[in-house]
Design a protein around this ligand. Structure first.
Ligand code: GLY
Length: 578
């Protein structure tokens, strides 16, 4: 990661461009050194999708809080300042690395299906799926896990009080904050969907139905009261009593079938992270009910069979191997992945190096496979702004990678009157019917069928990598992006380890995606026509019209501290430290 002289860099790039134009499949290694500079800090760092929340987190670190204190404060603050994805009414996953114990814990606070949920609940009489009911209706709402998840993370691993970490969020909801361009434009894009619900319209829109504009002050007094109640009485204030009743009422008035007992019985699960290695680096990520960690490790295992550094970053040769690996992983996802409390997920076999070698051998270097010929393989031997990720590290070497969501932007759009709490539409992440795609085009089967109190399968992939042969945190990363979360996070890991990019370059680099079905590679901007042509010659369908993929918030250890980068694909993001 040395800084090259600009002239050397220019010559390297020119040479690379000449070789590319010659149409050779294996391109030389492009040295991206100094194309983009990361943020640096010595002691601790926060990388999040919203600048105010990042500053709140850094402030907590400066007051002596640890990474978990800061992460919980960021989580509650984003519910105020990034209402399309930050939330109290959704769910998510937090990976916590405790440096002194050399231990990583995966906290699962994913939403649960209400007790009255059942397998065919979104089917019409003719057997077709009613997508309105799984996305924009009371029946779309899963029992929220965020409040219990954040509170239990703090109680188990934090040093500060709930009152201390909630105070910034309470103040921001009470006195308001200046709406940024990102919030103003997302409200405008969602106007029709959100103004259907009077309680939602009252909070985010003026009386004439116009949304808040950049620079206006948005106050959320009901949300402030809810946060204060949690600060004073803990998570029971949210899961029992008046707030829980208002949430249940809002869900049922919108056509749902949730009971107070569903709220009362919600449970956070403390799970073992899914483990793997990539070229000597230990990788820990989120286990089921997320599919993310499992398939990141599976795809990395397949990539490890090839010298990706020599194959070149985003060369046709590298992309072909990676797309074929992605295709096979997402086929397995649709077959085997679901809530491990309900189905037996063959985690060990999916993340086994031997299985990866077998899958690698199936890849023809010159010819794309056809997805309909690929099935879950174990018998023979798985932009989008609606979710949000943040990463935190502290001076003691603790780290938190947290991804949480309402599913769509603003979730179902339903807000529980009098609480300020927007409710998720996470039930759409279940497989409503085998073979029918969810909103991300993902197809599931029995393993992800709807059942009472089950958790819908997710792709969220908070991930921590460790230096070879040690327990020292090397990389903390993750992203929003629906089905693309897995491949986005994967490319950050590969860009750093295989292509020696600094964290800003790794973030900036163009991304691509394959998810088995639909059978195509989706590209962001920035891929050369030569590369596209070479991939097409191998038989790949190319869709070069993709919107930006993900919004990674990453922190990378360097010799003298931490470097970090917030994705510039979204506005309003910030990485900062002290
Ligand atoms: N709602 C997107 C996911 O959990 O993967």
């Amino acid at each position: 990661m040395s800084i090259k002289h600009p002239l050397t860099l220019l010559l390297t790039l020119l040479f690379s461009a000449l070789i590319c134009n010659a149409g050779l499949a294996a391109q030389p290694i492009i040295n991206y050194a100094s194309l983009a500079q990361p943020v640096w800090s010595q002691h601790g760092m926060v990388s999040s999708q919203q600048a105010i929340a990042t500053r709140v987190g850094v402030n907590i670190l400066q007051q002596g809080g640890n990474a978990i204190d800061a992460a919980v404060a960021v989580g509650f603050t984003l519910a105020v300042t990034l209402p399309r994805a930050g939330n109290l009414g959704g769910g998510g996953f937090m990976l916590v690395h405790l440096a002194d114990k050399k231990q990583t814990v995966a906290i699962d606070y994913r939403e649960m299906a209400p007790f009255n949920a059942y397998r065919e609940m979104y089917l019409n009489e003719d057997g077709s799926v009613d997508k309105n009911r799984s996305r924009f209706h009371g029946l779309a709402v899963g029992v929220p896990g965020t409040v219990k998840g954040l509170v239990e993370a703090l109680q188990n691993y934090g040093n500060m009080s709930l009152q201390q970490v909630l105070q910034p969020a309470i103040e921001l909801a009470t006195t308001g904050f200046q709406v940024d361009r990102d919030l103003a434009s997302s409200l405008q894009q969602s106007t029709e969907r959100l103004t259907r619900w009077p309680a939602t319209a009252k909070v985010f829109f003026h009386e004439d139905s116009s949304g808040y504009q950049t620079g206006e002050i948005l106050k959320q007094p009901d949300l402030a009261r809810t946060l204060k109640n949690i600060a004073e009485h803990g998570q029971t204030a949210f899961y029992q009593g008046d707030i829980a009743q208002k949430i249940v009422n809002a869900v049922n008035e919108a056509g749902g079938n949730m009971q107070l007992e569903d709220m009362r019985d919600y449970q956070v699960k403390f799970r073992q992270p899914v483990n793997g290695t990539y070229r000597g680096y230990k990788i820990q990520s989120m286990p089921p009910p997320s599919s993310g960690g499992t398939h990141i490790i599976q795809i990395l295992n397949i990539m490890e069979q090839q010298d990706m550094t020599a194959s070149g970053h985003n060369s046709a040769q590298s992309m072909h191997t990676m797309a074929e690996a992605m295709r096979r992983a997402y086929a397995d996802r649709s077959e085997y992945l679901g809530d491990p409390d309900f189905v037996n997920v063959p985690l060990k076999r999916l993340t086994d190096k031997q299985y990866a070698r077998q899958l690698y051998q199936q890849i023809n270097p010159d010819q794309a496979s056809i997805s309909k010929d690929i099935k879950g393989g174990l018998e023979n031997y798985p932009e989008s702004p609606q979710t949000t990720h943040f990463s935190v590290v502290d001076r003691w070497g603790n780290a938190v990678a947290n991804t949480y969501t309402l599913n769509f932007s603003y979730g179902s759009g339903i807000l529980a009157e009098g609480t300020g709490v927007l409710l998720n539409n996470e039930m759409d992440d279940f497989s409503a019917k085998p073979g029918v795609a969810n909103a991300y085009g993902l197809i599931g089967g029995d393993a992800n069928a709807i059942e009472a109190r089950k958790r819908p399968l997710s792709s969220m992939s908070p991930t921590i990598a460790f230096k070879p042969g040690s327990d020292e945190v090397f990389l903390v990363t993750g992203s929003p992006g629906g089905s693309r979360i897995i491949t986005t996070t994967l490319q950050i890991i590969s860009n750093v380890i295989d292509h020696h990019m600094n964290i800003a370059e790794a973030t900036l680099a163009s991304r691509f995606h394959h998810q088995w079905l639909p059978d195509k590679i989706t590209l962001e901007k920035g891929f050369s026509t030569d590369t596209i042509r070479l991939l097409q010659q191998k038989g790949h369908q190319i869709d070069a019209s993709s919107w930006a993929m993900g919004s990674t918030q990453s922190i990378l250890k360097v010799d003298d501290g931490w470097t970090g980068a917030s994705d510039q694909r979204q506005s309003g993001t910030l990485t900062a430290g002290y």
